[in-house]
Design a protein around this ligand. Structure first.
Ligand SMILES: C[S@@+](CC[C@H](N)C(=O)[O-])C[C@H]1O[C@@H](n2cnc3c(N)ncnc32)[C@H](O)[C@@H]1O
Length: 220
């Protein structure tokens, strides 16, 4: 099996994990400080206008986005997650799209692109192409906002600390390999700068961070 096949198999296993964990997703939330700062930062950012939420999961952020957005499209690869999100937000202004973000193309552009706890699951090999997708989703004066963490327990590090591959378990013990890239806010900011984004990444009191900014070339 080549490297490409290996990565594709990992991304499939990661998507399968999230399909399986959907009903118990909220039980796995990190009981760590700093989460409240993310909520406040997103409200201060004011994600108004047309908003695209990537990897929306069970709608963790969808209702908060709807406090500001006039319309919202939410994409995820798990029908189970989308079902929970739809039940949570009710019949409101949301278009849910079932799609794999590694081959999905947008059918329009948005004022804001948001993703919560998704970037750390994007492998280094797909980092630039993911951000190029984000650029293709944004209006010329569009803005991006994301929240995430780099938290990995010793038990999860089945390939060692230097590997992005970790193991996560369902409550029944079933194990899956997923990717969890432990970005540091400062490195992430530099990496984004190198590919044309002006994004400030802010650490919180706990393991979380949030980032917001734009791509000046987008507006040129
Ligand atoms: C860590 S969860 C984040 C969910 C939500 N945004 C939150 O903050 O709680 C990651 C989400 O990515 C989705 N996902 C995994 N692989 C994907 C892929 N290839 N394309 C689209 N979504 C994917 C999962 O189904 C899951 O809902």
């Amino acid at each position: 099996m080549g490297d490409g096949d290996h990565l594709a198999a990992l991304l499939d296993e990661q998507a399968a994990f999230y399909r399986a964990v959907a009903p118990e997703y909220d039980d796995h939330a990190l009981p760590l400080p700093g989460g409240g700062e993310l909520v406040e930062a997103l409200d201060a950012f004011r994600p108004a206008g047309s908003v695209l939420e990537l990897a929306c999961g069970p709608g963790t952020w969808t209702s908060q986005l709807l406090r500001h957005a006039t319309e919202l499209t939410a994409v995820d690869a798990s029908a189970e997650m989308l079902g929970i999100a739809a039940a949570k937000v009710g019949p409101r202004r949301v278009r849910f799209v079932l799609a794999d973000l590694f081959d999905w193309r947008p059918d329009r552009r948005y004022d804001v692109v948001f993703f919560g706890f998704w970037l750390s699951h994007v492998p280094a090999e797909r980092f630039a192409s993911f951000w190029s997708l984000v650029a293709d989703c944004l209006q010329p004066d569009g803005r991006v906002f994301f929240v995430d963490d780099g938290y990995r327990t010793d038990e999860e590090l089945i390939e060692g600390e230097r590997s992005p591959v970790i193991q996560r378990r369902l409550t029944d013990g079933t194990a899956y390999r997923i990717l969890k890239v432990p970005h540091s806010p400062a490195d992430l900011e530099r990496q984004l700068d190198r590919i044309g984004w002006r994004i400030k990444v802010h650490p919180t009191a706990g393991p979380f961070y949030w980032g917001s900014g734009n791509r000046p070339e987008q507006a040129a």
